[in-house]
Design a protein around this ligand. Sequence first.
Ligand SMILES: *Cc1c(COP(=O)(O)O)cnc(C)c1O
Length: 393
Amino acid sequence: MPFDLHSRLAERRCAHLYRQRPLLETPQQPEVIVDGQPLLGFCSNDYLGLAGHREVIRAMQQGADRWGVGGGASHLVMGHSTPHHELEEALAEFTGRPRALLFSTGYMANLAAVTALVGAGDTVLEDRINHASLLDAGLLSGARFSRYLHNDAASLAKRLAKAVGNTLVVTDGVFSMDGDLADLPALCATAKASNAWVMVDDAHGFGPLGANGGGIVEHFGLGIDDVQVLVGTLGKAFGTAGAFVAGSEALIETLIQFARPYIYTTSQPPAVACATLKSLELLRRETWRRDHLNRLVARFRQGAADIGLALMDSPTPIQPILVGSSERALELSAALRERGILVGAIRPPTVPVGSARLRVTFSASHTEAQVERLLDILAECWNRLAEEPEADA
Ligand SMILES: *Cc1c(COP(=O)(O)O)cnc(C)c1O
């Protein structure tokens, strides 16, 4: 019996770590139907509410009419079409970098960039709570791989001192499960002192952060000499799908020549690129979305502090509530769900053991009244949970 899948699954269930996929029966929007139940959702990454924007939908429909549905081939064969190319040029202009390269997913963009830049004889240094795709990319690259303490430039400096070959420092821009910002000014200065390059995956920063939605590099005013490899994903605040890497001419040509996850895959449907061109325009222009989102986040943090919830040091629409054990995180999310609120419980191995949490996220499409409703119901459920003794060991 080499594959004893049943006992693996049973173990996971016993550890309160079993994963289930909620079935969404509506588009991405605050009021959703999930598994037949109407709920108010606070767990989407559609931070600016663009996933269901009429103009973005129309751009995709018109794109499909003009360009068809499938990408048809890989970019290097015959799948690199005009909308892909236009989107790359628009993303380069948006990020202030010479060029940008489009990918079908962020996971692939990260695998591509890291494995094309470092290999055996090189070094990759990553924040220990980086997104799984970055950690996987580091391992796959074959470079010496080491993780520094979260957001700790001194811990990075120690590892840089022992680095060999080309050295790439890799970090999330906004940490996806904590919502805090990478301390890029310190990390970039530390890397520069050792002639290392910095790669930032700003999946959650593009859109919410920066005066024009340009993410963490705009927020801190950092250029291509500080962050040589800039990754953004398009499935979050952009509301569509895909990802990009922005950087120098030589960087992008290197990816086109050597990055296997770029070369050996079909291009994304051109109509998706048409939709992203429109959402990029809205993301930059409709600044009220960022302003409204920031107001909602501020109101939530104030209200959560009044209830006595343990929040994290996050200025972003990702507002985790630390609970501790997986069992209690599940209990709290189930209690919220009974009262019509959908918030995801995030458990190990996605986060460290003992730091299970509810990951609350906000969108510009939420109203202030919806945030008040979340706070009222959180207060009720939290107080009830606090009265019960913890059963978990
Ligand atoms: C979501 C996410 C990714 C993966 O992007 P996809 O386009 O969903 O594959 C990569 N990095 C971070 C930090 C993310 O949050």
